[in-house]
Write a protein that binds this ligand. Structure first.
Ligand code: PGA
Length: 264
């Protein structure tokens, strides 16, 4: 895995944005996997800026979001569909019909069919070229909570109490945070051609260290990324603070600088 450590969240956003700009240049009809939460906001700001400056064109791009709260309508201000519309889609020229977010307003009876349909849509689009991830303080990716099968697919899941606590800040009261969600699985995520995980702040340091340097374990779903051939972690100094092998990552980055080769 590549591990890049940057000074702060602005520099993390810049570095991640560069990966998107590079992909758009190579493949204007690329397929992106997108994430919600506080962490990607800086990156989305950079992408909107690059679009405004004519450096990014979303005309041919398709996107698939990782997850959605179950029980919320797409136009609910707390829904991830609403988050994506407000923080990215509305500000760029992406085609509405090619910006997919799992639906949270499906009946229990129909949810399995919806989830396999979402997988089929991803496959039909040719698979994900670049998957963006955040990481939960409990080590989740998407809403794949500790204990998720490393081969899991898109499905209905129960949120870990820690995630509900972490996300309560977005709701008026903790009890308003839905307890269920629809999420792409760990197995779904691992099929992306390339993955970039961004993490900032000291509350992510433990999960980042376990994901990168601990054993691959379903109790830390992000550790499954160790099995992926092309994953980059972009961290600020606080999120990288508990890594034991920082010297190794820095040496790899230096060599990359000298050789132009990306070292995973
Ligand atoms: P955050 O969430 O960016 O709001 O910290 C990240 C995640 O849970 O994946």
């Amino acid at each position: 895995m590549r591990v890049l450590t940057r000074k702060d969240s602005d520099d993390v956003a810049l570095e991640a944005a560069a990966m998107f700009v590079d992909l758009f240049a190579r493949k204007p009809d690329c397929v992106l996997g997108l994430a919600t939460g506080a962490t990607p906001l800086g990156l989305y700001g950079r992408l909107i800026e690059a679009y405004g400056e004519g450096r990014l064109d979303f005309e041919g791009v398709t996107t698939f979001n990782l997850d959605e709260y179950y029980g919320l309508q797409p136009d609910d201000p707390q829904s991830y569909r609403h988050f994506m519309e407000s923080n990215l889609f509305r500000h760029v020229n992406i085609k509405g019909e090619r910006a997919f977010v799992p639906r949270g307003d499906i009946s229990y009876r129909d949810v399995e069919a919806f989830c396999s349909g979402y997988e089929a849509l991803i496959r039909g689009a040719g698979g994900i070229d670049l998957q963006l991830l955040g990481i939960g303080s409990d080590g989740h990716i998407g809403f794949n909570e500790p204990g998720s099968s490393l081969r899991s697919r898109t499905r209905l899941v129960a949120l870990d109490p820690r995630t509900i606590k972490d996300n309560a800040r977005f709701f008026a009261r903790e009890e308003e945070c839905p307890g269920l969600a629809v999420t792409m699985g760990v197995g779904t995520i691992l099929e992306a051609a390339e993955i970039v995980l961004i993490a900032t702040g000291s509350n992510k340091a433990e999960a980042v260290a376990e994901a990168l340097e601990g054993p691959v374990a379903s109790m830390i779903p992000a550790s499954a990324l160790q099995m992926h051939p092309k994953t980059t972690f972009i961290l600020d100094e606080a999120a990288a603070s508990l890594l034991k092998k920082r010297n190794l990552y820095m040496a790899a980055e230096r060599t990359e600088g000298e050789t132009g080769l990306k070292i995973y």
